[in-house]
Design a protein around this ligand. Structure first.
Ligand code: DGJ
Length: 737
């Protein structure tokens, strides 16, 4: 890892383990151009790639075509309104009403380590493991300073980028758009990968050709959302899982975003990512600064899988924090699908008793324990225990659960308020609302205006006193509606455009406060399933509920899309009851276990009501989790076959970093008549070693137990057809000494 500035050529070269990223300063006006991003290069003499010797030339040589220069030059970070008609990264509105901005290089700083981004989640690194380049640029007319940051990490191919804007003028300026990253490059007939979805169908992989004009994904819902994900990648058409070029950007943020690729009239391509400018207007007073969130950029020449593993390693080492980051998580049982709102101490303890007998390690009490909440119409905001349900109180319940040898966890939804709550009756102005308009309800709830300090403090004190009142070791932090009616009684008219971003900052502040006061707490974020599964939330808690859809087959697609970027250790995944509550589909209990094994693993059912046969399978699943979780959590993940593409089967693998073992999960979704066995190639192993199928006894169909690493990778093995639909198998390969 290295960052250099070549003064003669005026070129910055950022070298990660296998990639180079080059930036050049050109012309008397110090324009900052993006020169190159891709495989690692030896030299930095690449200014020719900026094409400044071709028409329209640079303004100092041909100012009559200044506009053409600005509209074609590959900008590292753009201005606005002066001739670059492509979508830009920065827009302002001055007190005079003007919107033009133009940035020129002023100075730079290269240092070991990485500074935190105030108030925001971000990757981190120490002086020995990380280097940062800061390029300071300026608009001299506006007296606006913009600092572009690039951090790299030892052994990684990721680049973390962010942008800070400082107002050095004597009067305020409105920032109406501050994106976090831009990459201008030639379009080489790329394909774009994005993740789209809906409730119960999050992060479905979508691939499309990059066309002339603009295409992308976004959220203006106040959260990263079920619908689209703050991620995009673009790859060559022939890039596969294991080979070929791919570039990606992922946003470390949990609110509105835009991610866009634009192909210009000349065939150049601009990729952008940042806070969505819709409804964004930030007033920057003289001397103040605005910090835009971080974007992680990855380039890999080793296909989609290479990109995936770069993100996984980065997030595991430089984003996720806390004591659980490299630790096995307790196997939990959550009562949501078991009881919904209909529970009391007795029912919960019955579930806990049966669960602990079978080896489950934590009971999580979901929605419905507070106020008068017997359905989803009431009591959000009244975070006092409902002692009609929890007779003897919360501490009694927790102590009883602890006596069974289990931990206890609780559900919270701190950002919301029900109109039917004491909190709302006392403070109707604490919810977002536009004066004179009837508020828009969703799930019969409003969103609390956490941009106000008094609201944040009140909510924090309520939830903290619950957490202090008993031995609570886990929190599921939920958010069950998206934002609308953005009006705050706490901010003046010219700051209402700050609300979306301020609300996200407020959530970050609350989670920061909570995890600091309760450092041993395991925090699982959640939003109506997986609507706020993003790197921002991962900074505060090491796992996120993946989806309300717990059907094992649907989960194959949801988890494949999620695992394209996120380590398996982050994906909340449970074995739930059948027929599945979302789909009505029935899958074997074993298969549900195999699929949940690719995540944090837990249960979401009434263990007292399932069949005895199923109850008896739990100890085996618990043992399976303990046997494989270190490997699943820490290993290298490979997608082998994707059910959403082939419609019949799914297969993925996790290989230990030292290649001593691998776990292959094979799910035959649909059986087919009159077919031979299926050839599966198993990548990532030591090609000079032999492996045995350690769990061959679980595979009556397997005929050969020992294989060479290169045989497994290049020739593959044959998986015989399994009897019936929705059948699963694990293949545990162990290297022979
Ligand atoms: C949505 C979550 O995803 C569910 O697991 C459950 O906690 C409900 N909210 C409770 O309201």
């Amino acid at each position: 890892m290295q960052i250099n500035y070549n003064e003669k050529n005026r070129v910055f070269k950022i070298d990660t383990e296998h990639t180079s990223y080059c930036i050049g300063i050109v012309d008397e006006e110090n324009f900052i151009g993006h020169i190159y991003y891709g495989r690692k290069l030896t030299e930095d003499n690449l200014v020719y790639l900026l094409r400044t010797m071709e028409a329209p030339f640079v303004p100092s040589q041909n100012n009559r075509e200044r506009l053409s220069f600005l509209d074609t030059f590959p900008m590292e970070y753009t201005g606005h309104g002066l001739g670059d008609y492509r979508e830009g990264t920065l827009m302002v509105r001055t007190m005079g009403g003007h919107t033009g901005v133009s940035l020129s290089y002023v100075s730079h700083r290269i240092y070991d380590g990485k500074e935190p981004l105030t108030g925001l989640p971000a990757t981190f690194g120490q002086q020995e493991t990380c280097k940062t380049l800061e390029i300071t640029c300026e608009d001299r007319v506006l007296n606006l300073q913009v600092i572009l940051s690039y951090s790299i990490f030892a052994g990684s191919d990721a680049i973390a980028r962010s942008v800070k804007v400082v107002n050095q003028a004597a009067e305020a300026v409105y920032l109406t758009k501050v994106l976090s990253a831009c990459i201008d490059m030639d379009n080489e007939d790329y394909e774009m990968i994005t993740l789209h979805g809906s409730w119960a169908r999050e992060r479905t992989i979508q691939t499309r050709s990059v066309m002339k004009g603009k295409q992308g994904v976004s959220s203006v819902r106040g959260e990263s959302s079920h619908q689209e994900h703050p991620f995009m990648a673009w790859k060559s058409k022939n890039t596969t899982e294991e080979n070929g070029d791919i570039y990606a950007m992922h946003f470390v943020y949990s609110g509105n975003f835009m991610a866009q690729v634009e192909v210009s009239q000349f065939g150049s391509m601009r990729a952008l990512m940042g806070i969505h400018p819709q409804d964004f207007c930030w007033k920057l007073e003289p001397g103040d600064s605005f910090q835009a969130p971080e974007v992680i950029c990855v380039y890999s020449a080793e296909g989609i899988g290479g990109m995936t593993r770069t993100f996984h390693d980065l997030y595991r080492s430089h984003l996720i924090r806390g004591e659980y980051r490299n630790k096995k998580r307790p196997i939990l049982i959550n009562n949501w699908e078991a009881t919904y709102f209909d529970f009391d101490t007795e029912k919960l303890l019955a579930i806990a008793k049966e669960a602990s007998r079978r080896g489950i390690e934590m009971l999580v009490m979901d929605d419905g324990w507070f106020g008068y909440r017997n359905d989803d119409n009431t009591s959000l905001g009244d975070w006092q225990v409902n002692e009609d349900k929890l007779k003897g109180g919360l501490k009694y319940l927790v102590d009883e659960v602890n006596k069974l040898g289990m931990k206890f966890g609780i559900w919270l939804e701190p950002e919301m308020v029900s109109p039917d709550s004491d909190l709302y009756r006392a403070h109707p102005d604490w919810a977002f609302a536009i004066p004179g308009r009837k508020g828009s309800l969703a799930r019969n709830q409003y969103v609390l205006d956490l941009t106000r300090q008094e609201v944040r403090d009140h909510i924090y004190n309520m939830i903290a006193s619950v957490l202090r009142s008993a031995n609570i070791e886990y929190v599921k932090w939920d958010m069950n509606r998206q934002l609308s009616d953005m009006g705050s009684y706490g901010l003046p008219a010219d700051r209402q455009g700050e609300l979306f971003h301020r609300q996200v900052l407020a959530v970050y502040e609350l989670q920061d406060r909570m995890t600091k006061e309760f450092p041993h707490l395991l925090l699982e974020n959640c939003s109506g399933g997986g609507a706020r599964f993003d790197p921002g939330m991962l900074y505060y808690g090491p796992q996120i509920w993946c989806s309300d859809d717990t059907d094992a087959v649907e989960r194959l697609s949801i988890q494949a899309g999620t695992a394209m970027i996120y380590p398996l250790s982050t994906m909340g995944a449970h074995v739930s009851d059948c027929p599945n509550h979302t789909l009505g589909r029935t899958t074997p209990f074993e298969t549900r276990g195999y699929v949940a094994l690719a995540g944090t693993f837990g249960y979401e059912l009434d263990v007292t009501k399932i069949t005895e046969e199923e109850q008896n399978m739990i100890p085996d699943q618990v043992a399976m989790y303990h046997k494989y979780n270190d490997l699943v959590r820490e290993g290298d993940y490979y997608r082998i076959a994707h059910y959403a593409e082939n419609h019949y089967y799914d297969c993925y693998e996790v290989v230990a970093k030292d290649k001593s073992e691998a776990l292959v999960t094979y799910i035959q979704v649909l059986n087919r008549p009159s077919f031979h066995s299926r050839r599966i190639r198993i990548p990532g192993l030591d090609k000079n070693a032999s492996y045995v199928i350690e769990n061959a006894q679980e595979w009556p169909e397997i005929v050969q137990v020992e294989y060479h690493g290169d045989t497994l990778q290049y020739a593959g093995i044959n998986i015989p057809p399994l009897k019936g639909d929705f059948q699963g198998r694990l293949l545990h390969l162990v290297k022979k000494q």
